[in-house]
Unconditional design. Structure first.
Length: 202
């Protein structure tokens, strides 16, 4: 661990511009930041594509880190973003991205009523829960059906690929907290990408 007196002496004696000193300070402090064991995970997931209709069902494991939990209980709304991406597979070049569906969920804590509020803008739904555990039990089940692909779905003899992920939406955080997302693992909540291959057209 770096010695604080030595650090201060180095910064006073150096002729580095101020912004470089700030970057050096962040780099020195990074090993001191706590590492959390919580994260998001996709426990299980199933996808089917039948008669131009896409269906996806999944189960998530959702746990907030200490830093995010503290921010939530101090009035910061937290948004989680679930994304589903569709690609055509190509053998010798990058797969082609052809569609994305995004589902946002906002979580707020009301201290006055001691309730947790879940807002789903795409469904115009607002629900209230007595505990964060109850709220996550509701969110951890994901189900999606789409029949809009039809004629707009390009033929692909090499098949299609689906990718599913859930993550903390950092872009919606207040500016001071957005800085923390770069230096603290507490704010790097995201699942691994779950991927399926779907047979193509003959």
């Amino acid at each position: 661990m770096p010695n604080s007196d030595a650090m201060h002496s180095l910064f006073r004696a150096s002729n580095f511009p101020g912004w470089i000193k700030h970057l050096l300070l962040i780099a020195l402090l990074l090993p001191m930041l706590p590492v959390h064991a919580e994260d998001f995970a996709i426990r299980e997931a199933h996808a089917s594509f039948d008669q131009n209709a896409l269906s996806v069902d999944a189960r998530f494991d959702l746990n907030l880190s200490d830093g995010v939990d503290e921010a939530l209980h101090n009035g910061v709304s937290i948004q989680l973003l679930t994304t589903l991406d569709l690609f055509t597979q190509r053998p010798f070049v990058w797969d082609k991205h052809i569609a994305q569906w995004a589902f946002s969920h906002e979580i707020r804590y009301h201290a006055l009523t001691d309730r947790y509020v879940l807002t789903s803008p795409q469904h115009a739904e607002i629900r209230s829960f007595s505990s964060l555990t109850d709220l996550f039990n509701e969110m951890e089940t994901f189900s999606f059906q789409s029949d809009i692909m039809g004629e707009t779905l390009p033929d692909s003899k090499h098949g299609y690929k689906l990718q599913l992920r859930i993550a903390l939406d950092k872009t919606t955080l207040p500016a001071p907290l957005r800085v923390m997302t770069f230096v603290s693992s507490d704010w790097k909540l995201k699942s691994d990408i779950h991927e399926w291959s779907i047979p193509g057209t003959p």
